[in-house]
Each structure stands twice: as structure tokens, then as C-alpha cells.
Design a protein around this ligand. Structure first.
Ligand code: DGL
Length: 256
């Protein structure tokens, strides 16, 4: 049995890679839904359809745990009908909320994410439920995920885009990177704030909170990476995280 991890593209690889570091013997089956990227611009109904299809695919390919490594997808999970019978389904939002709750010195928190995630109000709702005293400022930053997917990380366009967006935020003590693509520009975001704002993102927190079924802890499984459309940026990032021997498989799940 394996852990199924999915995202619209390369963002979820940041989560899969952290899971691998914590659980090196755990087989991962990854699905990057590159044909439908960016999820952040899609309606909740569309994203729910993708989640249904991908989770059924991962379940039928031997996954018994599911990690929804995408904030936009995690933000619509609660109002979905039953998914396949996984022993656990982990989203990328709650582990971050739990971490913020423990930092009592944080009084003002910013959240950046896709339009879908920010418009869902999920971060404000869950943060306020735990810490009514928190001042929460949210900001949709829709160009960031496609920019990162395109490999624009350390060039001038990336620098200006990050600057343009983050200048809109009021002063905060902490910032939640509410999209799994954003850890790939964490250094650049940190540089914008001059290191003065504490950054929270999902990969490490999700990997720490995941209780892997011990039956899955075997050295036999080889990680498998599916994409719904082949893109060179996905391949490059997958190689960076998981080594150059990795071969991508093109899934025909969404071929009509
Ligand atoms: N990585 C995703 C997220 O966490 C999705 C980005 C996108 O496809 O818009 O929201």
C-alpha cells in the first residue's frame, strides 16, 4: 500500500518530498494534474470533480492514505461527498492552523494563496475559531503559482511580482504561504521582508503530522509520478526533488 499525494502541478512535490524525508521507506504515488492547472482559477465544482477522479485513481492504484497537497483543493474538501475508503485523508491547511495556534506571540497574521483558497475564507474561519484574538489579513496572489510552474523564481519578473503583491499586505508578524507552490519561492519572500516576518508553510508540518500506517513501511515500493499533461517544468522539478532516475508517467485519466 502507498500514500497518494496530489496537486495541480509541482507544488505538491514540496509536500511529497518532505513526507519522503520523514518516511523514507514509504512508497508515494504522486499525481500532478497539470492539464487543469491552475486550480486556483477554477470553480469549487470543477475542483471537486478533479478531486473525485484523482482520488479514485490513486485508490485503485493501491493507495490507502491520501494527502491533498493543494490548498485550493483542501479548501473545498469539507463539503464533498464521500471519497474512496482511505484510512486517512490529510489536507494541507489544518497542520498550519495547528502550528499558528501554538505561537501565542503572533498577533497579526497574513495569508497568501490562490483566488479559490482566499475566496473560500477557510483560513480566516479556522484561524478565528482557534484564536479569536488574531488579526488576519488575506491576499489572493494568483500570478504566483503559474509563475513558479513556469520556472520563474529567481529572475526579475519573479522579484517584481512578489514585491508588487506583498507590498499590499498590512504589517504582520507571520505570513502563511497558503499554496503548496510557494515554498519554492520562500527565500525570495523572506528576502522581501528582510527576515522580519515568520513564514509558515505546509510541507514540513504535514510530514510531521502524518501518521503513516506501519504496514506501508517497506523498502519494496518504488515511487511513481503521474501527470495529466507532460510539462518540462514538472519534469525538472520532480528530478530536482526525487533524483534524475525518476520517470514521469502520463495518465490518461482526463482524456476524453
Ligand atoms: N498548489 C496549489 C495550491 O496549493 C494550486 C495552485 C494552482 O493550481 O492554482 O493551491
Amino acid at each position: 500500500m502507498a500514500i497518494g499525494v496530489f496537486d495541480s502541478g509541482i507544488g505538491g512535490l514540496t509536500v511529497a518530498s518532505a513526507i519522503k524525508q520523514h518516511h523514507p521507506n514509504q512508497q508515494i504515488i504522486y499525481f500532478g494534474d497539470t492539464a487543469h492547472l491552475p486550480y486556483g482559477e477554477k470553480s469549487a465544482d470543477h475542483i471537486k470533480r478533479y478531486i473525485k477522479a484523482i482520488s479514485a485513481f490513486l485508490f485503485s492504484n493501491g493507495c490507502d492514505q491520501l494527502v491533498v497537497a493543494c490548498n485550493s483543493a483542501s479548501s473545498v474538501l469539507d463539503d464533498m461527498e464521500a471519497l474512496p475508503n482511505f484510512s486517512s485523508i490529510t489536507n494541507v491547511i489544518d497542520p498550519v492552523i495547528n502550528a499558528i495556534q501554538k505561537h501565542r506571540t503572533i498577533k497579526r497574521v497574513g495569508v497568501i494563496g490562490t483566488k479559490r483558497t482566499i475566496d473560500s475564507g477557510v483560513y480566516v474561519e479556522r484561524l478565528k475559531a482557534r484564536r479569536p484574538d488574531l488579526e488576519v489579513h488575506t491576499l489572493a496572489t494568483p500570478l504566483l503559482a503559474p509563475m513558479i510552474e513556469e520556472g520563474f523564481i529567481r529572475n526579475d519578473i519573479a522579484k517584481h511580482t512578489i514585491h508588487e503583491y506583498l507590498s499590499e499586505l498590512p504589517e504582520v508578524d507571520a505570513l502563511i504561504l497558503g499554496c503548496t507552490h510557494y515554498p519554492l519561492i520562500k527565500n525570495e519572500i523572506n528576502a522581501f521582508f528582510g527576515g522580519d516576518v515568520q513564514l509558515f508553510d505546509a510541507p514540513e508540518l504535514v510530514a510531521q503530522s502524518l501518521h503513516v500506517n506501519q504496514a506501508n513501511n517497506s523498502k519494496d515500493g518504488v515511487d511513481v509520478f503521474y501527470v495529466s499533461d507532460h510539462t518540462s517544468s514538472f519534469e525538472e522539478t520532480a528530478h530536482r526533488f526525487f533524483g534524475s532516475s525518476l520517470r514521469l508517467r502520463k495518465s490518461d485519466l482526463f482524456e476524453y
